[in-house]
Ligand binder design. Structure first.
Ligand SMILES: NC(=O)c1ccc[n+]([C@@H]2O[C@H](COP(=O)([O-])OP(=O)(O)OC[C@H]3O[C@@H](n4cnc5c(N)ncnc54)[C@H](O)[C@@H]3O)[C@@H](O)[C@H]2O)c1
Length: 327
């Protein structure tokens, strides 16, 4: 066992489960903090012996004392903060979205401060940016002006500001990472989850209509998880925020990758032509400058791996016929 002990908030979620899987497979002590006790995403990608190595702390990220206690009682050395409510949930209930996404992030920094932990890594989002027609560049540089057009994006922007003030006032360094569209096993909720739902449909031999089109950034869960861990181990100065790039691709390329991996899906996976209003992709030069080599699974490989994983999970009963989206 290493000297490291990670706390991952929101670890029952899609990205958190992959972060936990990577840490456990490295032999790193891992504690998770989540409101949910539903281990379905962990069970989708880890075996029972691996899950048994994880310390589970059930609590609400909006509860300052609960977050502080989780950090101080478990000798935490590294924090990866992912707990959040996604775009549709924030739209449906902005006060709760603000409490979880904004107050929750303040609580994580408070807990780090109380425990003397000098660095926090947290998930921001491409949603901090404006519409694509507001920018001259097709791929946004990490310092492009922020102009979010959803509550969720505004909350993520607030978190980037929170991180800046904790560096200014308390010397707590941070690395915020801005994913675009995560895909892969476990991506079952949120506005951009429909490409992965199409991969699941293909694995089940079902038809599926993806809810949007155009060009987007696609990032394989496992790559993003490894990048978050790499960032947590990279000593930072200041409050830094970086774009993630992944694969910038048109939805037709996602569909082609699904058909290549599962030929029986040909003609059965369709997509809405209308693109998201967001920029077509992000430039990650600054992140590469900080971290050096970062994992990048090409889109076709990530899609093929996802479908193979889903097929296995459907066959062995880990994904009920009613759909993992029922989580
Ligand atoms: N999925 C994407 O494409 C994407 C893109 C950009 C940014 N992000 C960000 O990355 C992070 C991880 O995303 P994800 O796709 O894994 O999200 P997810 O919705 O799958 O998981 C979020 C987790 O947070 C937990 N949570 C919610 N409210 C909580 C509360 N009050 N207290 C404690 N835990 C709570 C949920 O139970 C869940 O396990 C989030 O911060 C998200 O905003 C995701």
């Amino acid at each position: 066992m290493s000297e490291e002990k990670f706390l991952v908030t929101g670890a029952m979620g899609c990205l958190g489960a992959w972060v936990v899987r990577n840490l456990v497979r490295e032999g790193v002590e891992t504690a998770v903090f989540d409101l949910s006790s539903n281990k379905q995403r962990l069970e989708l990608i880890m075996d029972a012996a691996e899950i048994a190595q994880v310390s589970f702390i059930y609590g609400d990220i909006t509860d300052t004392e609960a977050v502080k206690t989780a950090v101080s009682d478990h000798n935490i050395t590294h924090i990866i903060h992912l707990a959040a409510l996604q775009v549709p949930f924030c739209k449906a209930n902005p006060p709760v979205g603000a409490a979880v996404n904004v107050v929750g992030t303040v609580n994580v920094f408070e807990a780090a401060k109380a425990a003397g932990i000098g660095q926090v890594v947290y998930a921001s989002s491409v949603a901090v940016y404006g519409r694509k027609d507001e920018y001259p560049d097709r791929l946004l540089p990490h310092d492009a002006p922020l102009h979010p057009h959803t509550h969720y994006g505004v909350f993520k922007q607030a978190n980037e500001g929170t991180a800046r003030i904790y560096w200014q006032d308390d010397g707590i360094a941070s690395i915020g990472l801005r994913p675009y569209t995560l895909y892969g096993p476990g991506r079952d909720q949120g506005m951009t989850s429909t490409p992965t739902k199409a991969m699941l449909a293909a694995a089940r031999g079902e038809a599926y209509h993806i809810s949007y089109g155009g060009y987007n950034g696609f990032q394989y869960n496992d790559d993003v998880a490894k990048i978050f861990i790499q960032a947590a181990r990279t000593p930072a100065e200041g409050a830094n925020v970086y774009n993630l790039r992944g694969s910038v691709a048109h939805m037709s390329e996602v569909v082609a990758a699904i058909e290549a991996a599962e030929p029986s899906a040909k003609g059965r996976i369709t997509y809405e032509e209308a693109p998201l209003v967001l920029p077509e992709g992000q430039d990650d030069a600054e992140l590469r400058h900080l971290l050096g080599d970062i994992p990048h699974t090409p889109l076709a490989d990530g899609v093929a791996r996802t479908i193979t994983h889903f097929k296995q999970a459907v066959a062995d009963g880990r994904l009920a016929k009613t759909g993992e989206e029922s989580i």
